[in-house]
Design a protein around this ligand. Structure first.
Ligand SMILES: *[C@@H]1O[C@H](CO)[C@@H](O)[C@H](O)[C@H]1NC(C)=O
Ligand SMILES: *[C@@H]1O[C@H](CO)[C@@H](O)[C@H](O)[C@H]1NC(C)=O
Ligand SMILES: *[C@@H]1O[C@H](CO)[C@@H](O)[C@H](O)[C@H]1NC(C)=O
Ligand SMILES: *[C@@H]1O[C@H](CO)[C@@H](O)[C@H](O)[C@H]1NC(C)=O
Ligand SMILES: *[C@@H]1O[C@H](CO)[C@@H](O)[C@H](O)[C@H]1NC(C)=O
Ligand SMILES: *[C@@H]1O[C@H](CO)[C@@H](O)[C@H](O)[C@H]1NC(C)=O
Ligand SMILES: *[C@@H]1O[C@H](CO)[C@@H](O)[C@H](O)[C@H]1NC(C)=O
Ligand SMILES: [Zn+2]
Length: 628
């Protein structure tokens, strides 16, 4: 970071040298400096111990591993509480050293470790239990009720992606929810209570407030809402167009003006629709870039997928994966044990050990996920020399955006051609639009889902949604923001939110919405640096930019990543983009040609924009006897 010329950092550096005249305060700050050095060492060791135990359980779900994980969690919580009691003895608010003060501030929050021991153990046990239910759930096949060992990954995911039989899709959609929801219902209620109690012990009013605290911005919720308002017109167009196409394919299963039935969109949660691109393409007679088919035709292996991702990072002067990454990561689903298949990237806090756990299949979706997860690892590596409390994303959205940013280049036609996944040499506008549409089915379509997940949870934590309304309110939001409805009547006896990993695993979700907005901002910035995007030059549109092998772009990105969370996120985003706020204009710019095309097409076909009310999400069962 030294030698940087940005005004911002100069200002920060100058303030850090500000001197105090009170010798007592100065003495305390000197003492604090020694204290924090020791504490950072301890914290690295504790985080390492805890992460190893989590990994052991998540990669091998057994009772023994659970017991071990819970024991280590309890042990570390106790140590953290002791440390915290020392931390708050310092008058850290008066410290003149910016870094030191910021570390103390982060240490002064205790998280769920603030709970009394028994309650903390219970909270940890509940979340592990829900993860186990989710990760080991199995359902029966649609056409063979003696095959009852189908798991979310790979079987159900593949059926949702590939089947075009609405009855089969409905079966898988409903059975998955039945296999998870009811078993998590009571556990989730207890989780909400305990987690709110922990938040209150940290002087937040509830968990929603504590989750939002990480964004260090009291206006954050309003900003998200206003970003969504800017993006909504684009979403409405793609939604209307896809519904129109689906109706042509499925007939009466889809209504002309209603929400789209959620089981027809190629994904268990209807959060990405790319798997149904095939019969939705703007120009069906032109080429369809079916990358899954191409990866298979070219005999891609799991190893080759991850090596391909690594090659991109290396090409822009980011860092290669260490040898231990390849030795310790689990990149294929093990056959001999149960595992949490949900893809994840892990930092073990010793500056050396970084891993990915992913049940990788040879599909386009997993190809993209591999880049996504490796983006996390790249961030870990870039900030590994920061003090341990700064080894986080500038905010959680930044962490989710790194790998996706790379994928935006990878999915350009220029790059697909470069790595041999696109054979066609022609970049006529219709081919380009088909490609942009497919990316839109990932990126545009995700936005309302990425927003509503936490709209629901914020209200749950705030007590605005009570347990007897969990499911109805869930579908109210799914309908309001996404314009989807369930394929069958749902009631408040169901618990559909639990069918999504991040809900039962207690992973906040607004980070993904943030990521989907800022990754386009990052993309615009690196593409400008690479000389591949120019707002005034129509021959260099944003969606055709590929920063592969451009070290200038990579170095600029690296500068931001290396900051970790040592500065509030507006400082970090400014390092890369020159802007200090989240801004939807880059995403809108990227999709401008598609937006225009969708508007014309929908107008031409007199397609209804928006949706009328559905009744399926909440059928009142209050009159009926509740099943035991
Ligand atoms: C899974 O965990 C059990 C302990 O519960 C252990 O005996 C076994 O060796 C582990 N399996 C693998 C592949 O690590
Ligand atoms: C299994 O499926 C067959 C054919 O669909 C059906 O006749 C039979 O009743 C089913 N068996 C069970 C146990 O559900
Ligand atoms: C149904 O599943 C059973 C168990 O997996 C298998 O043995 C059988 O061959 C399957 N039947 C059909 C018709 O696929
Ligand atoms: C919460 O506030 C109380 C009263 O000001 C204080 O004693 C306590 O240390 C605070 N707890 C945390 C975790 O900040
Ligand atoms: C993929 O493997 C098949 C069967 O081993 C082989 O015939 C084919 O040439 C391979 N394709 C490529 C692109 O290597
Ligand atoms: C790559 O990054 C390193 C620092 O991480 C830097 O010293 C080097 O100059 C960079 N190379 C290029 C070609 O920019
Ligand atoms: C779904 O609920 C509606 C009432 O909202 C009812 O009219 C309809 O018959 C139900 N459908 C099924 C299949 O139960
Ligand atoms: Zn991620």
């Amino acid at each position: 970071m030294r030698g940087t010329t940005t005004l911002l950092l100069l200002v920060l550096l100058c303030c850090r040298t500000g001197f105090t005249t009170n010798p007592e305060i100065e003495e305390e700050e000197l003492r604090a400096r020694d204290f924090i050095q020791l504490l950072n060492k301890k914290t690295e060791e504790q985080n390492n111990r805890l992460t190893l135990a989590h990994w052991a359980y998540a990669s091998n779900i057994t009772d023994a591993n659970l017991q071990h994980q819970l024991a280590v969690s309890a042990e570390v919580a106790k140590e953290r509480k002791e440390n915290w009691l020392e931390v708050i003895k310092f008058n850290w608010n008066t410290f003149s050293d910016y870094d030191l003060k910021r570390q103390f501030k982060k240490y002064s929050k205790l998280g769920s470790d603030a709970l009394p021991e028994e309650k903390l153990n219970r909270l940890n046990k509940i979340t592990s239990e829900m993860e186990k239910i989710y990760s080991t759930a199995k359902i029966c096949a649609f056409d063979n009720n003696s095959t009852c060992d189908l798991a979310l990954e790979p079987e159900l995911t593949q059926t949702l992606a590939n089947s075009r039989n609405p009855e089969e899709l409905k079966h898988v959609w409903v059975e998955w929810r039945n296999a998870v929801g009811p078993h998590c219902r009571l556990l989730f209620e207890e989780y909400v209570d305990l987690s709110n109690e922990a938040a209150r012990l940290n002087n937040f009013t509830n968990t929603a407030e504590s989750w939002l605290d990480g964004y260090e911005d009291p206006q954050f919720r309003q900003q998200i809402e206003s970003l969504w308002e800017q993006l909504k017109p684009l979403y409405l167009q793609i939604h209307a167009y896809v519904r129109f196409q689906l109706k042509k394919k499925y007939g009466d299963v889809v209504s002309e003006k209603g929400p789209i039935p959620a089981h027809l969109l190629g994904n268990m949660w209807a959060q990405r629709w790319r798997n149904v691109a095939q019969f939705n393409l703007p120009y069906p007679d032109k080429e369809e870039v079916d990358l899954t088919a191409e990866l298979r035709a070219q005999n891609y292996t799991v190893d080759k997928i991850f090596r391909t991702a690594e090659d991109f990072f290396k090409s822009i002067n980011l860092t290669e994966m260490p040898q231990t990454f390849w030795e310790r990561s689990i990149l294929e689903k093990p056959k001999d044990r149960e595992m949490v298949c949900h893809a994840s990237a892990w930092d073990f806090y010793d500056r050396k050990d970084f891993r990915i756990k992913q049940c990788t299949a040879i599909t386009m979706e997993h190809f993209t996920t591999a880049h996504h997860e490796m983006g996390h690892v790249e961030y870990f590596i870039q900030y590994k020399n920061q003090p341990v409390k700064f080894r986080r994303g500038a905010n959680s959205g930044f962490h989710e955006a790194v790998g996706d940013l790379i994928s935006l280049s990878v999915e350009s036609r220029k790059h697909l051609r470069k790595i041999g996944l696109l054979k066609s040499e022609s970049d006529d506008p219709e081919n380009v639009l088909n490609n942009l549409f497919q990316i839109g089915l990932d990126k545009i379509v995700f936005l309302p889902f990425g927003y509503l997940m936490d709209l629901w949870r914020w209200d749950v934590f705030e007590g605005k949604i009570t347990p007897d309304e969990y499911n109805c309110k869930w579908w109210e939001l799914r309908e309001k923001y996404q314009g989807v409805e369930p394929p069958v009547n749902r009631t408040d006896q169901d618990f559909d939110p639990a069918a999504k990993y991040h809900i039962i695993a207690s992973v906040p979700y607004i980070r993904y919405f943030v990521s989907f907005v800022i990754q386009f901002q990052f993309h615009r910035a690196v593409c400008e640096k690479a000389g591949q995007y120019d707002a005034n030059d129509p021959s260099k549109p944003l969606h055709e930019c590929d920063i592969y092998q451009n070290t200038e772009a990579g170095n600029a990105l690296k500068k931001m990543l290396q900051l970790g969370s040592s500065r509030p996120w507006p400082d970090a985003i400014e390092v890369l983009t020159g802007q200090r706020t989240m801004d939807a204009s880059a995403l809108l710019e990227y999709f401008k040609p598609l937006h225009k095309w969708l508007e014309q097409e929908n107008k031409k076909n007199k397609v209804f924009i928006g949706w009328e009310k559905s009744t399926k999400g909440c059928v009142n069962t209050k009159d009926k006897a509740k099943p035991e």
